[in-house]
Design a protein around this ligand. Sequence first.
Ligand SMILES: Nc1ncnc2c1ncn2[C@@H]1O[C@H](COP(=O)(O)OP(=O)(O)OP(=O)(O)O)[C@@H](O)[C@H]1O
Ligand SMILES: [Mg+2]
Length: 368
Amino acid sequence: MTNNTIIRFEHVTKQYDQDPPVLKDVSFEIERGKFYTLLGPSGCGKTTILRLIAGFTEPTKGKIYFNGKIVNDVPANKRQVNTVFQDYALFPHLNVFENIAFGLRIKKMKNAEIEKRVKETLRFVNLAGYENREITEMSGGQRQRVAIARAIVNEPEVILLDEPLSALDLKLRTEMQYELRELQRRLGITFIFVTHDQEEALAMSDEIFVLNKGKIQQSGTPTDIYDEPINRFVADFIGESNIIPGKMIRDFLVEFAGKQFECVDQGFNDNEPVEIVIRPEDLEITKREQGKLQVKVDSQLFRGVHYEICCYDEAGNEWLVHSTKKAVVGEEIGLYFESEDIHVMRFGETEEEFDKRLEAYQEVGHGK
Ligand SMILES: Nc1ncnc2c1ncn2[C@@H]1O[C@H](COP(=O)(O)OP(=O)(O)OP(=O)(O)O)[C@@H](O)[C@H]1O
Ligand SMILES: [Mg+2]
């Protein structure tokens, strides 16, 4: 644990009643001042993690640390955490000022101080002058900002945001993504943001935890996760991809689509069956004989910025290509890619197994 660690989960399992656990042996660390995103499909346990951090529920097994102290039994109101809920949970009968002041009044803060803090916070979220508006007279985006103001006015160490943008239309949602990210940078408070939208996660986060079925599949920066997914779930969930069965012949040599290719991957067993990922935007269209792979164009769609071209190789694998060049349906073309664009994944590998494999490999003196 570094000095910068603010929250730490150690082998946390959460089980409701007699049901199977919804979180299974989850461990991670959250550092101060960063923007984190929990990303995963519905029901994977994202809200449960937030509830455990906020203190609305207790872990069945394992330990949760806050600033180095175990907080398993510490109630929500004694934690330096505030939550922004999906539906904002604002009080409809209170105006903007009183919604934001609510937490401070409970703390019995003096009126003059409350006035000062609320006004400052309103300026911060670009709502100066809206103090006396009724909540019901505010737009979706403005309510969103009131909900955030209500969280930051308490000056918590951590803000939890549970899909706070999902009720907004696409344009406003993109604007708010930008604003939230800016706000987090200015405040320097740790944000833990939940979404099931991978583009949102990639755009906003310092670190992403990809979750599935109560387990963290992979954690890392957006580029780590996008460029080096460690298993099929992550590769699939993080964006459109070509996932092709293959075989690792030996270090730096992989076979797929009936051919062998140089690659940058190592640490697998010789002849181990693997899965290959190549991103559609990493494939370049060439003349048939100039490509590393030969494919036949099956269909093509114009997507505004690029063409989405679907092709098949002789082994029957489907290849999706994003290209600014147009192809001709029915024609045979070549696909070119660099060795670094081939990502090799072991079947169903977890993050722990992935780390162990690389460590073991480097320990016995291999690697570059
Ligand atoms: N209070 C509860 N009692 C029993 N089961 C629960 C309770 N809360 C959540 N669960 C179950 O735990 C699992 C994880 O739920 P959670 O709300 O954490 O998912 P989520 O990732 O936030 O999903 P979504 O994206 O749909 O909000 C689900 O199967 C859910 O049915
Ligand atoms: Mg949820």
